[in-house]
Write a protein that binds this ligand. Structure first.
Ligand code: HXC
Length: 481
C-alpha cells in the first residue's frame, strides 16, 4: 500500500504520517521538544517546528516508554543536528528511567544541507544505541523510508518491525544504486519487507499496516522487562494446546511449531524472523505465565540443519533473551551442520560459532529437550549440557550420536563392508541400537532424564520452578550478530 501524497505544505509538516495513538495508551503521550527547530547554522530558510521528529514519553499497557516518530513531510524526515539531539534525549531518558525506547522511523537519512553536523548526529545516536544495548529494550518500527545513515540505528536495536509496502530500508537509494551498479530497482525491491525479512535478516517482524505494527510492538514488549534490572512481566498462566504426534520415521518432516505450541501457554508463541533462516525457529512465549525464549530446529526446512544464517539468527536471539533475563527452552531435532563449499564460504564456522558462544555465555535458566535426533556439532551447539544447559531431557525414541547410522557405519566398517556389503543393514541396526539411544547419552550424563512427550510441559515448568533466575541485572549488550 503506497502512502498518499500530502495535500498541502501545512499537512506535510504538521505531524508524522504514523499515528502515535495506535502505539501508546490513550492520553498518555507527553511531548517534549515540540518547539525545537534547526538553528541558523542549518542554512534552512523555513525550518519546520520540531525539526521533523516528534519526541515524548508515554505508557504502553501502563508501562513507561520513550518514543519518537519521524515526519517525512518535514524535509523528508531527514536528520539534522537538532533532530538528532531530540532522538538522543529520548534514548538517554529511557536509559535513565530504565524503560524501553521505541523509534518510529520515516527518514531520508542525514540531512544533506546540514553536512557534517548531520553525520555527527547519527554518530551520537548510534553510540547511544550501543550504550543502551542490553540495558533497556530498543524497538524500531520502519513505517516509511529508512535511508542512508537512518538504517544503522534500527540495526543496533533489539527488534525491527517493518510495515509491508511502506517500509523500505537501504544504505543507498535506488537512484545511486542505478548510477553505481546499473541495477534498476524500485525502493521496495531494493529494501522492502520481502528483502529484509527473507534475505538480509534485518527485520524481525512484518506488519500489514500501522495498526498491526503497533499491536506487534505491544506484544513484543509484553515479553520483555522494562530494563535489564527488572524481571520480565508475567501474565496469568494458560494451558497449552494439544501436543501433536511427531513422526517416528526420521525421514518424515513435521512442523516443530506444533510441538512448541503443544508445550507453551496457548496463544503465547510469537515467532521472530519467521522467513529468515527458517531451518531454525526463534520466538518468545510464556510457560505458566512467565516469558521465555524458544529456540528449535525446524525439520520442515532443510531437514532442520544448522547453517551460517541459523548461527546468526539463533546466536543473536539467545543473547537478547539472556540480556533481558528470559529463560530459554531449546528443542532439538537436527541432523547436523550443513556441509559443503557454499556453507564454508558463507562462514559456517565463524557464524555457527555465534550460537555456541551465545549459549555458553548465557546465565539465564536454559533447558533442552531432544525430540528426535541430535547429531554431531549441531548436538553440541543446541544448548547441550557441555555448553552449560541446566537440564537436558530426551524423548524415548530420540537418537543422539556423532552422526547418523548410515554415515557412521560407512566410516567405521569401511573394510568389512567392502568384503561383505550384505552386512550393511545389520551393522546399521546394531549402531542405531548401541550408539544412538538416549539411554546411552543418559549413562554418560549428557541427558538428565528421558521423558514422555506428553510430560514435556509439566517437566519444563517444574524444572524452571526449581532453578533460581538470579536477580535482574545488566548482563551484556545485544551486539548485532
Ligand atoms: C535533505 C531530503 C533528504 C535528505 C529527502 N529529502 N531526503 N532532504 N536530506 N537526506 C527531501 C527531498 O529533497 C524532498 O524535499 C522531500 O525530502 C521528500 O523526498 P522525496 O524524494 O520527494 O520523497 P520520496 O519520493 O518518498 O523518496 C524518499 C527517499 C528519497 C527514497 C528517502 O528522498 C531519497 O532517496 N533520499 C535520499 C536518501 C539518501 O541517499 N540518503 C543518504 C543521506 S547520506 P521537497 O522539498 O522536494 O519536498 C547519509 C549518510 C550517513 O545518511 C551515513 C552514516 C553511516
Amino acid at each position: 500500500m503506497a502512502k498518499d501524497p500530502p495535500k498541502s505544505q501545512a499537512e506535510r509538516t504538521s505531524a508524522p504520517y504514523v499515528s502515535l495513538g495506535h502505539f501508546v495508551d490513550p492520553g498518555s503521550f507527553s511531548e517534549f521538544g515540540k518547539h525545537v527547530t534547526a538553528g541558523p547554522r542549518s542554512g534552512l530558510r523555513n525550518p519546520p517546528e520540531g525539526d521533523g521528529v516528534v519526541t515524548g514519553n508515554a505508557l504502553i499497557d501502563d508501562r513507561p516508554v520513550l518514543i519518537f516518530a519521524q515526519n517525512s513531510g518535514a524535509l523528508g524526515g531527514s536528520l539534522g543536528e537538532m533532530h538528532a539531539v531530540k532522538i538522543l534525549q529520548c534514548q538517554q531518558r529511557a536509559l535513565k528511567n530504565r524503560c524501553p525506547v521505541i523509534g518510529l522511523i520515516d527518514s531520508g537519512g542525514a540531512r544533506i544541507q546540514e553536512g557534517v553536523s548531520a553525520l555527527a548526529g547519527y554518530g551520537a545516536i548510534f553510540r547511544q544505541n550501543v550504550l543502551s544495548s542490553g540495558r533497556v529494550p530498543q524497538i524500531s518500527v520502519i513505517f516509511g523510508s529508512c535511508a542512508g545513515g537512518a538504517v544503522y540505528s534500527p540495526a543496533l536495536t533489539d527488534i525491527v518491525i517493518m510495515v509491508r509496502g511502506r517500509g523500505q530500508m537501504f544504505l543507498t537509494g535506488p537512484a545511486v544504486v542505478k548510477v553505481v551498479t546499473g541495477e534498476d530497482l524500485s525502493p521496495q525491491e531494493l529494501g522492502g519487507s520481502d528483502m529484509h525479512s527473507h534475505h538480509s535478516g534485518v527485520v524481525h517482524l512484518v506488519s500489514e499496516n500501522e495498526e498491526e505494527a503497533a499491536s506487534l510492538t505491544r506484544r513484543v514488549l509484553s515479553y520483555l522487562p522494562d530494563s535489564a534490572w527488572q524481571a520480565p512481566p508475567e501474565r496469568p498462566p494458560r494451558p497449552a494446546r494439544e501436543l501433536p504426534p511427531v513422526p517416528g520415521d526420521q525421514r518424515k518432516v513435521y512442523d516443530v511449531r506444533g510441538v512448541i505450541e503443544g508445550v507453551v501457554d496457548a496463544e503465547s508463541f510469537l515467532e521472530m524472523q519467521p522467513d529468515f533462516a527458517p531451518n531454525i525457529i526463534t520466538g518468545f512465549a510464556r510457560l505458566e505465565g512467565k516469558p521465555i525464549g524458544v529456540v528449535a530446529n525446524q525439520p520442515l526446512r532443510l531437514g532442520g540443519v544448522l547453517d551460517a544464517q541459523a548461527g546468526d539468527k539463533g546466536g543473536r536471539f539467545v543473547r537478547m533473551c539472556d540480556a533481558f533475563g528470559l529463560p530459554l527452552v531449546v528443542m532439538v531435532d537436527t541432523p547436523g551442520f550443513l556441509p559443503g563449499t557454499e556453507q564454508e564460504r558463507a562462514g559456517v564456522i565463524r557464524r555457527g560459532a555465534k550460537l555456541l558462544y551465545a549459549f555458553s555465555e548465557a546465565t539465564v535458566p536454559r533447558v533442552t529437550v531432544v525430540l528426535r535426533k541430535a547429531f554431531g556439532g549441531a548436538y553440541i551447539a543446541m544448548n547441550s549440557k557441555s555448553l552449560g544447559a541446566d537440564q537436558v531431557f530426551s524423548w524415548p525414541t530420540a537418537q543422539i550420536a556423532v552422526m547418523g547410522a548410515e554415515g557412521a557405519v560407512g566410516v567405521i566398517h569401511r573394510r568389512e563392508l567392502s568384503d561383505h556389503p550384505y552386512r550393511r543393514a545389520q551393522l546399521v541396526k546394531e549402531y542405531s541400537e548401541q550408539m544412538m539411544s538416549p539411554q546411552r547419552a543418559a549413562e554418560v550424563f549428557a541427558v538428565d532424564a528421558i521423558i514422555q512427550p506428553q510430560e514435556t510441559r509439566s517437566v519444563l515448568a517444574a524444572t524452571f520452578r526449581g532453578i533460581r533466575s538470579g536477580s535482574a541485572q545488566y548482563r551484556h549488550d545485544n551486539l548485532p550478530l
